[in-house]
Design a protein around this ligand. Sequence first.
Ligand code: PLP
Length: 366
Amino acid sequence: MTYAELANKGILTQPVYEPGKPIDQVARELGLDPAGIIKLASNENPLGPSPLAVAAATRALQEAQLYPDGGYFRLRDRLARQWALDREQFIIGDGSNEIIELLGHAFLAPGVECVMPQASFVVYKLVTLMFGAKPVEVPLAPGMRQDLRALAAAVTPATRLVFLASPANPTGVANEPEEILAFARALPPHVILVFDEAYAEYLDNPPDLRPLMAEGRKIIALRTFSKIYGLAALRVGYGYGPKELIAIVQRARQPFNVSAVAAAAAVAALDDEAFVARCRAENRVGLRQLEAGFARLGLEFVPGHGNFVLVKVGDGVAVFDALQRRGVITRPVKGYGLPEWLRVSVGTPEQNERLLASLASVLGRA
Ligand SMILES: Cc1ncc(COP(=O)(O)O)c(C=O)c1O
């Protein structure tokens, strides 16, 4: 008997997530100096981690012999204060990615469906398939807008989860808060809305779903410390929602799923309001810099609401390769059904300039 014959059904056809390549790997593969490479591929924070978070993580390392507090009480209490909710309304994850998987453990099985906009963050589909459920992808409207009416219309009696991110990745589009609240309110009671707020800190006016949660709507919102807080390497995110829902998802969680170092860093990052404000302001300038540069090059782009922009370059994979050979790593999005587009994360002003100059040279528009 082969391992493949022994494997669980579906695992052999399970698509594999392709992350952006780390700088060292690109340097090795292309014989480049890692110091000369910039990575604008994974929507990371170009300003680095929150300094308060680094200090807290360093302190926590001194007690690395101890298991973490598996209930993550300090972090959940800090979040409860941040959001004026109860501690029991929060679950901590090994990145918000893990919480998506925990939702799969809790709610997905063969025969159920998950509705999501086309070109959504691929992990929604990966988790849906992993649990034998069926992804239902709803076409985007012009301008890559997420059509919430069409999303609502795709809900059937078999639907269990609806995934919606705003801002969405990789398109960068955001839906209006009122539209999102109306959509959430209209979902039937057998459906849970998974509202992914990975990039919400970059918005001026993010939707607030807490009143709907309080009304008893079935909603879990997901946040991450990987983006504006600059802690992607530590892997920490959280979900919040009604207590009954969070209690069920907690049952699927391993006792020490997040390191004590990451949890300590997350608490400090929440306190570092000045850092967050600076990141938000500089990101906005970077978005405008990239968009103005794309416009100068005559390239179509989707105005970004997160910390990245989608730009139409022709053959996305070819342009990605050519940029990478010049030491600039971006993200092709062919796998999202967008073969002509590249996703470019906002970097420092110098990195953005280098990306634009490299792109001009690759496209022969210098
Ligand atoms: C929309 C969206 N959700 C979730 C995540 C996962 O973030 P984390 O690093 O917390 O797992 C990402 C990361 O890129 C994302 O773009």
